[in-house]
Design a protein around this ligand. Structure first.
Ligand SMILES: Nc1ncnc2c1ncn2[C@@H]1O[C@H](COP(=O)(O)OP(=O)(O)OP(=O)(O)O)[C@@H](O)[C@H]1O
Ligand SMILES: [Mg+2]
Length: 224
């Protein structure tokens, strides 16, 4: 059943930034938002897990839960998807309906990379559950910021001094996540553009701006 308002989402543009820990998503999303605003686009920022009051509470639980009661992989997936459902319904779809460019720091590809490749939950189950949580909303375009695991974790450590529950996972887990992201990109190359984020931030920034402004221009010419 189609809910009211779903067809109007086509007015906006949904862009996501993905990548492992410390790849520079939060740094680059701020640069990209500023560049798009300067070019005259209406931009809103958001992030996952999070983006609404309830979803941010779920984020806090996901990142800080104590090792006294480890979160089961399925529980983790349901929490991430519960937060996403709330976020899509109360933030992302309304912003798209207003015609905004929604810049989102992580989205469904992180679920497939972390809970699928990382935790080894079934990808087809995650796709079905994600489809239910989002009612089929997909990003129009995704930047995958790729860095070697050791580089990303070293940046995180340097930035905050302490690591969250997911940062503290094993090196093997983080390697599966990184490879998982790259596998997703190779399966959907038209939507996901891989950016080498193991370069100085200003170099990554320039490439991202060129790629996104080029993509938006092409989309406009096609009448999208
Ligand atoms: N290209 C870069 N080179 C070196 N350091 C960087 C680069 N990009 C970001 N950093 C630094 O690395 C740290 C992590 O960056 P950032 O928070 O943007 O990553 P992230 O992908 O959002 O991480 P997380 O997944 O943990 O949210 C920050 O201290 C940031 O200043
Ligand atoms: Mg971040």
């Amino acid at each position: 059943m189609k809910r009211p308002g779903t067809s109007r989402q086509a007015r906006g543009v949904f862009l996501t930034l993905e990548g492992p820990e410390g790849s520079g998503k939060s740094t680059q999303i701020a640069f990209l938002g500023a560049a798009l605003r300067k070019a005259g686009y209406p931009v809103v920022y958001t992030r996952e897990p999070g983006g609404t009051k309830l979803a941010e509470i779920i984020r806090g639980t996901l990142l800080s839960a104590s090792s006294a009661e480890p979160i089961a992989p399925e529980t983790e997936a349901f929490l991430v998807l519960a937060a996403r459902s709330q976020h899509v319904t109360h933030f992302i779809r309304p912003a798209l309906a207003r015609g905004s460019i929604v810049l989102c720091d992580r989205f469904a590809d992180s679920t497939f990379a972390y809970q699928g490749f990382g935790r080894r939950l079934s990808l087809s189950w995650l796709q079905t559950a994600n489809h239910a949580a989002t009612r089929g909303l997909l990003p129009h375009f995704t930047l995958l910021l790729d860095v070697p695991v050791s580089v990303g974790l070293a940046r995180r450590r340097q930035a905050s001094g302490k690591l969250n529950r997911l940062d503290r996972e094993s090196r093997q887990f983080h390697m599966r996540v990184r490879e998982g992201f790259l596998t997703l990109a190779s399966r959907t190359p038209r939507r996901i553009k891989v950016i080498n984020a193991n370069r100085p931030a200003h170099v990554v920034r320039a490439e991202i701006e060129a790629v996104v402004l080029g993509w938006l221009g092409k989309r406009r010419r096609k009448g999208g």
